[in-house]
Design a protein around this ligand. Structure first.
Ligand code: ACO
Length: 350
């Protein structure tokens, strides 16, 4: 038995935010953002449009592609680090709003590795025999984590003067805020008894010895869990030690790809596509070079979306499938690394 992807879809908010729009808000430039990250534009969710809403757009698309309805799904897995509410997770929202029967929903939170962990979990649950068909969603809406009350409505075309204080405040977070965009992807994954298609092998890793490299405050360590001055001081904006995370990403992801290949008895050269998490174009290129693969085998779309966290792998998969870069019989390796740190890789035969 193998777990097979039978449909995929994406949920992308309409509002496109180009780099030059961000230069109105803070001391940055299109040139810096493109040179250091590759991002040219990203999409921002509307006010009130949560990661659950984006996830449902992608989920509907994936169900349609798989020619299935909500009645055909046995379980939902939702990966996000930006749930609509502190609790419960996005799973119950999706269950009720999309009209699923009272099936179990799993909410997982491995940040940029969320979808990769979801693939492994879906595969394991299907292999356990308990479920036949799972809907896996990865979605993130980062805009609420930006210094939003400091003029960010400009990114929705509401032009106004930014005060020097707002500009200075926004500039404190420029290394982080320019990277992220909102978006979602989803897959229907099901048991299949015939042939070679499906997930072959995966390996996941966690090392929590330095969570401060990339984390966000606000939680049960604080009483109350959010204090007004945290908002004022910008303490509820993610904290990222960019260079440290960069170094981890460019060694851990290629390492995980090599590990899954060698454990599955596959030569690296046999892999047709490495679908890598899209955090920074320079990271994607470094992964490609470390693995000694030609650029066309390690595609990227960070230019148009930024880092959509749990959304990046399924969005990239869906685009490659739609434009024909993914063909039947190909060997694909998914890989990701994110806050935690969590990372890993998964091999899949289309
Ligand atoms: N615009 C202009 N200048 C900037 C900006 C900006 N947006 N951001 C930082 N700078 C400046 C810095 O202040 C610094 O100036 P200085 O030299 O005068 O001190 C200079 O640019 C260089 O800054 P660095 O932080 O050293 O730049 P770097 O080349 O490391 O790029 C970046 C920063 C893009 C954040 C990179 O380190 C990176 O991509 N890291 C990994 C991010 C990642 O993978 N995150 C994991 C996934 S996210 C998740 O799991 C939720």
């Amino acid at each position: 038995m193998k777990s097979v992807i039978t449909g995929s879809g994406i949920g992308i908010p309409k509002n496109v935010v180009r780099n030059d729009m961000l230069t109105k808000l803070m001391d940055t430039s299109d040139e810096w953002i493109q040179q250091r990250s590759g991002v040219q534009e990203r999409h921002y969710a509307e006010a009130g449009q949560s990661s659950a809403d984006l996830g449902m757009l992608a989920a509907q698309d994936a169900l349609t592609a798989a020619n299935k309805t909500t009645a055909d799904i046995d379980a939902v897995i939702f990966a996000t680090m930006t749930p609509a509410y502190y609790f419960p997770g996005n799973g119950p929202i999706v269950q009720a709003k999309m009209g699923f029967p009272e099936i179990p929903t799993f909410d997982i939170r491995q940040q940029c590795s969320g979808f990769l962990y979801g693939l492994d979990l879906a595969d394991s649950l299907l292999k356990s025999g308990k479920f036949n068909r799972i809907l896996l969603i990865g979605a993130d809406s980062h805009t609420p984590l930006m210094p939003w009350h400091r003029g960010w409505e400009i990114t929705f075309g509401h032009d106004r003067e930014i005060t020097p204080e707002e500009y200075e405040f926004n500039t404190r977070f420029r290394h982080l805020t320019v990277l992220f965009g909102d978006g979602a992807g989803a897959m229907v994954i099901e048991r299949s008894e015939n042939g070679e298609r499906g997930f072959l092998h995966s390996r996941l890793f966690t090392n929590g010895s330095n969570i401060e490299a990339l984390y966000m405050k606000g939680g049960s360590r604080t009483r109350p869990w959010i204090e007004p001055e945290q908002l004022v001081n910008g303490d509820l904006i993610p904290i990222m030690e960019g260079r440290g995370v960069f170094k981890e990403a460019v060694s851990r992801m290629p390492g995980a790809v090599r590990t899954v290949c060698s454990e599955a008895g596959v030569q690296l050269e046999e892999v047709d596509l490495v679908l890598s998490h899209q955090a920074n174009l320079r990271i994607v290129e470094a992964v490609q070079k470390q693995l000694g693969l030609p650029p066309e085998k390690v595609p990227h779309n960070i230019e148009r979306y930024g880092n959509t966290t749990s959304g990046t792998l399924p969005i990239l998969f869906h685009e490659c499938l739609t434009d024909g870069r993914i063909q039947p019989g190909m060997l694909i390796c998914f890989t990701a690394l994110g806050s935690g740190l969590h990372w890993g890789a998964a091999l899949y035969r289309t």
